[in-house]
Design a protein around this ligand. Structure first.
Ligand code: RAT
Ligand code: ZN
Length: 400
């Protein structure tokens, strides 16, 4: 092998990626598909930064058009101040990867230049080496669910997942929707399962997902629908993905940018894995406090797989620390990252940033085993990276 560092970099940059959690929609579903620099700037991570950095009137800001909002974000965070946060750096990565010279330019100038590129999803997927992304699909959102009315998009690239939060936060609405769609049912449990079966057939999801705060996690196993949902997931042979530790609407005025963090009691996760050994559980935790325990739990259960650096965890300093910990405790038996992208163009930065971190962390580990006379080959590195970026996900989702 030539140079270890260079070999790892090349392999990490060339390996196909299966992005297990995004909020993307195919371009054909125009109402929900987001792309372009204006949407990139209107990301709620940047909006939260704008609100807390300036004294801008929040209500007035939200009434502006998308372009007016992105103009303000560009001026305030990128021109008046140094764009040094992770969310800001993400925008710079996208612009520099696309060779757009942004120095001393206004939002309109950049927007013009960016629009001229006419970037398609497929081009963005290619730049980032993404083969498949999993969408977040809410079967209790009638308008969003129209995506499945006609599948004139590439269903092999954009895979579905069933987001079930509403059952736990807005049950009455869910039962109403189920009743409108299901004629015959024995009781409410039967109704929910029949509706899940219906939306399963429409969307062919690769997993079901739920985000929970600590209180919701604590009462999860006592919820009257949970046991039937687990039985149904087992029959369908799809995992349940648990996104743990989000405290919704800490600041309601901020809207989507107002969610915060909750520390969770992971004994409850352990109990879920014990009670449902035949169900597969994917899990990502939002708080740094929970990462060590989560990683140890992933050594204790065959049915538990850790994935990604979720949202507030997706910071390079934390990723370096926890990625090392995960490798130390789990080898390569985890899914190291997901993008959580809402705008297709964000795939560029989310994955670019992660690849740099992963290459460096892998280098240190390979170097160490080399010093112990282990002969690491290029093929083996390719195989390892392919497990991390693709195969671990594919296997856990039973997509072989
Ligand atoms: O990261 C985000 O964009 C969050 O707003 C959430 O969507 C989170 O990832 C979730 O899936 O609940
Ligand atoms: Zn998400």
């Amino acid at each position: 092998m030539k140079n270890l560092k260079q070999t790892i970099n090349e392999i990490v940059n060339e390996t196909e990626i299966f992005d297990i959690h995004t909020h993307l929609f195919p371009a054909e579903f125009k109402k929900y598909h987001l792309s372009g620099i204006s949407e990139v700037l209107n990301y709620h991570y940047l909006i939260a930064e704008l609100f807390t950095t300036t004294n801008i009137n929040i209500k007035k800001f939200y009434r502006l058009t998308n372009e007016e909002k992105s103009n303000i974000i560009w001026e305030e965070l990128f021109r008046k101040r140094t764009p040094i946060s992770e969310a800001c750096k993400g925008v710079l990565t996208i612009l520099s990867q696309l060779s757009i010279d942004y120095i001393s330019k206004s939002f309109d100038e950049i927007n013009n230049e960016y629009s001229k590129l006419n970037l398609t999803d497929l081009q963005i997927f290619k730049i980032s080496k993404i083969t498949k992304v999993v969408m977040t699909n809410n079967p209790f959102d009638k308008s969003e669910w129209q995506l499945f009315n006609n599948k004139k998009w590439d269903t092999k690239k954009y895979l579905a997942s069933l987001r079930l939060d509403d059952i736990f936060t807005n049950l009455d609405k869910c039962l109403d929707i189920c009743k409108k769609n299901i004629d015959h049912f024995d009781n409410e449990n039967d109704l929910i399962i029949k509706y899940l079966e219906k939306v399963y057939l429409e969307s062919k999801p690769v997993y079901a997902a739920l985000s929970l705060n600590n209180l919701q996690l604590k009462s999860f196993l006592k919820n009257r629908f949970v046991s039937d949902i687990f039985k149904w997931l087992e029959r369908k042979n799809i995992p349940l993905s648990l996104l743990l530790g989000v405290k919704r609407q800490v600041n309601k005025e901020f809207l989507l940018a107002g969610d915060g963090i909750d520390k969770v009691d992971l004994n409850n996760l352990s109990e879920i894995c014990n009670q449902y050994p035949n169900n597969k559980i994917l899990c990502s935790c939002l708080s740094l406090n929970d990462q060590h325990e989560l990683t140890v739990l992933a050594r204790k259960y065959q049915n538990l797989k850790i994935f990604g650096f979720w949202w507030f965890m997706n910071q390079p300093s934390l990723i370096k620390l926890i990625l090392n910990l995960r490798i130390e405790l789990l080898g390569l038996n985890f899914i190291p990252q997901h993008s959580d992208a809402r705008v297709t163009d964000q795939l560029i930065y989310k994955w670019f940033h992660f690849k740099v971190l992963l290459s460096n962390v892998l280098y240190d580990h390979y170097k160490e085993i080399q010093l112990k006379n282990f002969k690491i080959s290029e093929n083996q590195i390719s195989d390892d990276v392919s497990k991390l970026f693709y195969k671990n996900t594919q296997n856990f989702l039973n997509l072989n």
